[in-house]
Design a binder for this molecule. Structure first.
Ligand SMILES: [Fe+2]
Length: 374
């Protein structure tokens, strides 16, 4: 069983704005995965093991002006997809796989084109990357080109790098989180976009593999623009102008119970149900079962019925979904504005699944008027 979280008794580091540098203790007084494992680890990237330091307390997020670099990109992708790169579509409407590009070596023009490609394809898996081997700050510096780093309110992060969101599951069969997660659920399907309760949720988002099982633990993505396109014109028209409430309160409560760490007071925000993408101009559904709670102005039964219809529509949409298999060196980049995703907990062999996420924030979601499809 994980040790309980203790408060740090002595002086705590200065609080934001900017990055909080947390001292790395020989023996920390807060929960660290390395201690959970008895001080040694089999993790391939120990520096990325999560810690939950309750001294990391931040004020509410301030608005910021997002610069959308994809708007400046050359649509022929000369700096991203140079000769020798191979691009394979995973499905017609969502997902591509790319080999022959080293993301960490991209020029600013190449990064602009990356934002455009990801906006168009929704999710792109880049193979054989050196991202996980970079110094952690270099990986963050790369991601910071795309927007202001979002610091997750509750997730574990490497000591001193709260901007890195760590996804980590580890434990022998019968003793792990898997069993508790699946004890009351039939499947691990859990469609969501990341942290949509924020006023400016992330856009171009990076997730890279550190450790994973040889089979299983895939991530599924659904194209929310295509999910919108498939609706009837009267329903599309009705959805325009509606807003939904997205809440971070439940996640904060869960984090508090699990690790004691809540870096910022939880927030709720209202976002349009149909969102327009700033680069492509596409309209996309912007609701997800993870964080959307109700439709503003509708009565509870009406709101639940409409949201549940839309959630079912998205999760049934096998013709606008892609499944990404992880491999050592894989960096997956998705546009969090026009996708939902779900992890799968389908392996029971006890291997560690360990990934790092960089989630630069984007613009506040906005919508443009309904246009009838001819
Ligand atoms: Fe997620």
């Amino acid at each position: 069983m994980a040790p309980s979280v203790q408060q740090i008794p002595e002086a705590v580091p200065t609080v934001a704005p900017g990055k909080v540098v947390v001292p790395v203790h020989e023996k920390a007084t807060y929960k660290r995965q390395i201690d959970v494992e008895g001080g040694t680890t089999t993790a391939k990237y120990p520096a990325y093991l999560p810690t939950w330091n309750p001294a990391q307390i931040y004020p509410p997020l301030e608005p910021y002006t997002h610069v959308e670099h994809g708007l400046a990109a050359d649509p022929k992708f000369p700096d991203l997809l140079a000769e020798g790169t191979k691009v394979t579509k995973l499905t017609p409407t969502i997902g591509s796989e790319v080999t022959g590009v080293q993301l960490s070596k991209l020029s600013p023009a190449g990064k602009d084109q990356l934002a455009l490609l990801v906006a168009q394809r929704k999710v792109v898996a880049f193979r054989n990357q050196d991202f996980a081997d970079l110094p952690l700050q270099e990986a963050l510096d790369f991601g910071g080109y795309f927007g202001r780093h979002h610091i997750h309110p509750t997730s574990g992060s490497p000591d001193g790098f709260p901007e890195l969101h760590i996804v980590h599951r580890y434990g022998p069969p019968g003793s792990s989180e898997f069993d508790s997660f699946l004890a009351n659920r039939n499947s691990s399907a859990s469609w969501h976009s990341d942290v949509t309760y924020e006023a400016q949720p992330p856009g171009t988002t990076f997730l890279y593999l550190l450790d994973g099982p040889p089979d299983g633990g895939d991530t599924l993505f659904a194209n929310q623009a295509e999910a919108y396109n498939r609706l009837s014109e009267p329903l599309k028209e009705r959805l325009h102008g509606l807003k939904a409430v997205h809440s971070g309160f439940e996640q904060a409560q869960f984090g508090k119970e699990r690790s004691g760490l809540v870096r910022r007071e939880p927030v709720k925000n209202e976002h349009p149900i149909v969102r327009t993408h700033p680069i492509t101009g596409e309209k996309a559904l912007f609701i997800n079962r993870g964080f959307t709670r109700s439709i503003v102005g509708l009565k509870k039964e009406e709101s639940d019925a409409l949201l549940n219809f839309l959630y079912d529509h998205i999760s049934r949409g096998i013709d606008w979904q892609a499944r990404v298999k992880w491999a050592p060196g894989t960096v997956v980049v998705w546009d969090n504005r026009v996708t939902v995703h779900s992890a799968t907990l389908d392996w029971s062999t006890g291997e560690r699944r360990h990934l790092a996420r960089i989630q630069p924030q984007a613009e506040a979601p906005y919508e443009t008027p309904y246009v009838k499809k001819e």
